[in-house]
Design a protein around this ligand. Structure first.
Ligand SMILES: [Zn+2]
Length: 490
C-alpha cells in the first residue's frame, strides 16, 4: 500500500489543503532537519499504519510528486480530507489511533446530514482501504469483509457528483486539468485491485471462496462496466498466460515429433489443471475469458489427437484424447469438428479389429505368417482373345490353429472327392458299362466332396471357402473384383 504508507502528504506531514507555499517551505524545513539528523513527527503520521519514511530520498520523491499535478491528484484522492470540523475531530481520533471512533464520527455525520461534506464518505473509503490491507496479516476472512465495504465506499464515491466536483475544484488551479475523470476512475479501481491481488492469490492456496467473493463485490461496485472488466481480465491474466505457455510448448513438440503428441496432449491436461480450475470456478461458464481459454485447450488437444492418430495409427489412444478435448470445447463448431473426428476414429477402430483378430475363429489375433492370401482380379478390357486385368491380393488375418484346420479340411475334401470319384466311376461302370461311369463319377465326386467338407470342417471355425464374406473382399466384389488369380477366359 505504497499510496498510503508513502503518501506524499503523509511523508511531508501536510494536509491535502496545503498550498504551494506551504509545500515548499515544509520540504525545505524537513530537508534541513534531515541533514542534522532530526526527524520530526506530525499529528497526521498515523503511526498505527506504519512509521513514515522521512529519509532524504523519500522526501525528494514526495516533493516531486506534489510538484507534478497528475501525481498530486492521485495522492490527494488516497489521503484524508479535512473539509470541516467533523473531519478535524475524526482525524484527531486517528492521530490517537482511535480508529473505530473516527469511523463512528464520519458514519454518524453521513447519517445525520445527507448533504454533508463528501469528505466523510471519502475518508471512510480511505480508512476501510487501509484497514482491510492491514487486517490481511491477521485475519484474511475478516479482511475480505472490510474490503467489500471499501469497494462499496469507493464505488459510491465514483458515482457521486460531489466527489468529482471536489476533485475538479482541486484541478481547476491548473490551466489544463491534469487528469480526466475517466483516467482517475481507472486509477482508483486499479489501485484498489492491485493492492488486493497478493491477498487474493494467497487465499487461492486454500480455497476459492474469498476470491469468488471478491469478484462478486467488485462486480457490484459502482464503477463503470468496462473498467471493472479490465480489472477482471488483469486478474486472470497470469493464469491465462500459464495455460497459453503450456499450449505453446505442446504445439512446438507436436510439430517436431508428432508421435509424442499423445504424451503432450495429456501433459496439457495436467499442467493447466490448476489455472483452469481457478478460471472456471470463478467465472460464469459463458464468460468470454473462460470460453476462449477452454476452446484454446480443446483445439490443441484436438490437434494432438489428429497428429498422433495420423502418425502412429493408435486410434484408441487418439480417441481418448479427442474425448478429453470435447470436455473442454465450448464453441459449437469446435465441438462438432471433434465429434466428427471421434466418429472417424471409431470407424477405424472397428476396421482395425477386423485386421487384428483371426477372421476365421474370431478368438485370437492372426499372425502375419498364417495369413490367408486371397488373390483377386478385375477385368479392364478385352481385345480379341487378350484379356486385360488388374490383380490384388487380399490378406485375411488367420491364426496358427485355423491355418492347420484349413489344411486338414483341404486334405479331407480332396481325399474324399477322389475316393468318391473313383467309387462313382466303378459303380457307374458296373451298372451301365456304356457311359454310366460319367454319371457315377460326377455324383461320386459330389458325395465325396460333401463328406470331406462335413468331416474336415471344424465347428466354430469358418471354412476357407468363406473368405468371400470377409468385409474387404465383399467390398471389392461389389466394385467388380472377382476371387481368383486371373480371368478364366484367358
Ligand atoms: Zn483362428
Amino acid at each position: 500500500m505504497e499510496i498510503i504508507s508513502n503518501n506524499a502528504f503523509r511523508v511531508l506531514g501536510l494536509s491535502v489543503n496545503s498550498n504551494e507555499k506551504d509545500i515548499v517551505s515544509r520540504y525545505d524545513e524537513l530537508l534541513a532537519l534531515n541533514k542534522i539528523g532530526k526527524v520530526p513527527a506530525f499529528s497526521n503520521d498515523f503511526e498505527w499504519i506504519s512509521k513514515p519514511d522521512r529519509s532524504e530520498e523519500s522526501l525528494r520523491k514526495a516533493f516531486h510528486i506534489l510538484q507534478t499535478p497528475e501525481r498530486k491528484i492521485e495522492h490527494m484522492i488516497f489521503w484524508f480530507w479535512e473539509h470541516d470540523e467533523i473531519d478535524k475531530t475524526a482525524i484527531s481520533s486517528l492521530s490517537n489511533a482511535h480508529i473505530n471512533q473516527a469511523i463512528e464520527i464520519w458514519k454518524q455525520a453521513m447519517d445525520c446530514d445527507e448533504n454533508g461534506s463528501i469528505s466523510y464518505l471519502k475518508n471512510l473509503a480511505t480508512l476501510s482501504f487501509i484497514n482491510s490491507l492491514k487486517e490481511f496479516e491477521d485475519n484474511a476472512d475478516y479482511a475480505f469483509t472490510i474490503m467489500e465495504v471499501s469497494f462499496e465506499y469507493w464505488g459510491n464515491l465514483n458515482n457521486d457528483k460531489k466527489f468529482w466536483e471536489s476533485i475538479g475544484k482541486q484541478m481547476s488551479f491548473h490551466h489544463k486539468p491534469p487528469r480526466l475523470k475517466e483516467e482517475l476512475e481507472e486509477y482508483i479501481l486499479t489501485t484498489l485491485h492491485k493492492n488486493a491481488c497478493p491477498f487474493i492469490k494467497n487465499s487461492l492456496k486454500t480455497d476459492l471462496y474469498n476470491a469468488s467473493k471478491y469478484l462478486e463485490f467488485l462486480e457490484e461496485s459502482k464503477f463503470s462496466q468496462d473498467k471493472k472488466r479490465e480489472v477482471i481480465l488483469n486478474f486472470f491474466e497470469p493464469y491465462i498466460e500459464k495455460i497459453e505457455s503450456e499450449l505453446e510448448k505442446s504445439k512446438k513438440e507436436r510439430l517436431s515429433s508428432p508421435e509424442n503428441s499423445f504424451f503432450w496432449g495429456n501433459r496439457i491436461k495436467e499442467e493447466t489443471k490448476k489455472s483452469l480450475e481457478i478460471i472456471n470456478s470463478l467465472l460464469l461458464d459463458e464468460d468470454e475469458i473462460s470460453v476462449v481459454i477452454n476452446d484454446k485447450i480443446a483445439d490443441e488437444l484436438f490437434l494432438c489427437a489428429v497428429s498422433y492418430a495420423n502418425n502412429t495409427n493408435e486410434w484408441g489412444k487418439a480417441k481418448s484424447l479427442l474425448i478429453t478435448a470435447k470436455c473442454f470445447a465450448q464453441g459449437l463448431l469446435l465441438r462438432e469438428r471433434i465429434q466428427e473426428n471421434i466418429k472417424v476414429l471409431e470407424k477405424r477402430i472397428e476396421d482395425s479389429k477386423i485386421y487384428d483378430l483371426c477372421w476365421f475363429c474370431n478368438k485370437v489375433n492372426g499372425q502375419e505368417e498364417n495369413v490367408r492370401k486371397s488373390p483377386m482380379y478385375r477385368t479392364t478390357r478385352i481385345e480379341g482373345s487378350k484379356v486385360f486385368y488388374y490383380t490384388v491380393s487380399v490378406e485375411v488375418p488367420r491364426c496358427k490353429y485355423c491355418k492347420k484346420s484349413h489344411k486338414a479340411e483341404r486334405l479331407l475334401v480332396n481325399g474324399f472327392t477322389i475316393i468318391g470319384l473313383v467309387l462313382g466311376i466303378f459303380i457307374g461302370y458296373s451298372v451301365e458299362p456304356q457311359g454310366g461311369f460319367l454319371i457315377g463319377g460326377f455324383f461320386g465326386a459330389l458325395i465325396g466332396f460333401g463328406i470331406g467338407y462335413e468331416f474336415g470342417r471344424e465347428k466354430d471355425i469358418k471354412s476357407e471357402s468363406k473368405v468371400e464374406d470377409f468385409p474387404p473382399i465383399r467390398k471389392l466384389s461389389l466394385e467388380g473384383w472377382k476371387l481368383g488369380k486371373k480371368p478364366p477366359s484367358e
